[in-house]
Design a protein around this ligand. Structure first.
Ligand code: ZN
Length: 101
């Protein structure tokens, strides 16, 4: 889905609608290989016990499984005060996100 680069949104610090730049935040850098929770997850999702903890494995024709889409995580930067504003609604589930130039 395509999104415009600039939108008019309400800025809580300017207390009015201003033009804002959309920034699609990328997931952060991973810390080293396998720390705490990851190690636990690997142990639990291993051969032992229930196979797909915490999310069931994808099987063809099954309605259960890991999600195939990710929620968008848009931040908006106010062009007047340069403050970052996050969307209150949270993201949409989309397979592909494009911000047009
Ligand atoms: Zn502002």
């Amino acid at each position: 889905m395509k999104f415009p680069k600039k939108v008019k949104r309400y800025c809580p610090s300017c207390k009015k609608h201003t033009e804002m730049r959309i920034v699609h935040s990328k997931s952060g850098r991973k810390r080293g290989s396998l720390k705490g929770g990851q190690r636990r997850h690997k142990r639990r999702s291993g051969i032992k016990g229930y196979g797909g903890f915490p999310q069931p494995k994808i099987e063809k024709g099954s309605k259960y499984g890991a999600k195939q889409t990710k929620k968008t995580d848009f931040r908006y930067e106010c062009s007047v005060c340069k403050r970052m504003v996050t969307s209150a609604k949270g993201g949409k589930r989309l397979k592909k996100v494009e911000i047009s130039q």
